[in-house]
Structures are given as C-alpha cells and as structure tokens.
Design a protein around this ligand. Structure first.
Ligand code: FES
Length: 161
C-alpha cells in the first residue's frame, strides 16, 4: 500500500506516527522506565547493618612518656590503662550507673551523665553509681600490654612490668 504525500509535506519528511502506535510506544517507554527505576531502587536497598564489634581482647603499646598513675585511654576503647611503681593495670571507663563513658579528671573519673565520680582505682567517691569501675585482666608481652575487657579481675590486680 502506498500513501501519497499530503499537501504541505515534503516527501522526505518522516511519516507521522499514528495515534495508536504513539500510545503503544509511550506505554512501552513507561514500562521500561518503571523497570529501570525499580532495578535502581532494588540496588539501593539498605544493606545489612551488622557491624563487627571490636574484639574484647586487644594489645596496645603504652606511651613511653606516660607518667606514673596517669591514665592512658587507647583510641576507640573504654578502658584506662595505668602504670605505676607496682605494675600495669586497666580500669573500665564505663559508668556502673547507666553505662555512660566516664571522663578522666585530676581526681579520677567523672561521669558526664549523672555526675558520679570515681577515684583513680575505680572506687565510687560520689553516686549515683552503685559499684566501682571494674578492673580488667592485663598481660605484658613483647613490650605490649594485652587487655582483656571480657575478664574482670579483683581491684588492685596489677601486672609487674
Ligand atoms: S550513667 Fe554515670 S552517673 Fe549515671
């Protein structure tokens, strides 16, 4: 079947798309767009938010210049490590009231949440904290200090080194 060019149109102009075909193409384009955006949305789904927690046992080098009785808190850890004339020991910096991280102050530790205060050895000097800060197991090997935050030892347990 041949069509004759309509008046005002050149023979070189493309044939106009009939309305039915145009609607079909439009719906195909809409379906393609929906599939594309659906795929992009699936790729952007939230990933599992499971993060590996740091090991309870870690090794750290104490600063050479750490003064006796002054705390050293390794970055990212909630433990204060001390070295004095009797040895090395580690005290938790997690408040025994509701679990805030205590800050080191000249007298010991202070909890920023409800104001509990602790001596350098972790003993409570001002409530509401119900218990002393726990001490953790410490080991010395190869010039490094090994701290086991999973093992609580009696207060006053120091490792000579
Ligand atoms: S959490 Fe430390 S005083 Fe409440």
């Amino acid at each position: 079947m041949t069509t004759t060019p309509k008046a005002g149109r050149s023979r070189l102009d493309p044939e106009p798309v009939p309305r039915r075909d145009w609607l079909g193409l439009s719906s195909l384009a809409a379906m393609g767009s929906a599939l594309l955006f659906g795929l992009i949305g699936m790729l952007k789904l939230p990933k599992a938010a499971v993060l590996a927690s740091p090991s309870k046992k870690f090794r750290v080098a104490l600063p050479e210049t750490l003064p006796p009785g002054e705390p050293f808190v390794p970055p990212g850890r909630a433990v204060a490590i001390f070295r004095d004339g009797e040895g090395v020991y580690a005290v938790s910096t997690i408040c025994t009231h509701l679990g805030c991280v205590v800050k080191s102050v000249p007298e010991g530790f202070e909890c920023p949440c409800h104001g509990s205060r602790f001596a350098r050895d972790g003993e409570v000097t001002k409530g509401p904290a119900p218990r002393a800060l726990p001490w953790f197991k410490v080991g010395l090997a190869g010039g490094l200090v090994t701290i086991d935050e999973g093992t609580v030892v009696p207060s006053g347990t120091k490792v000579a080194g």
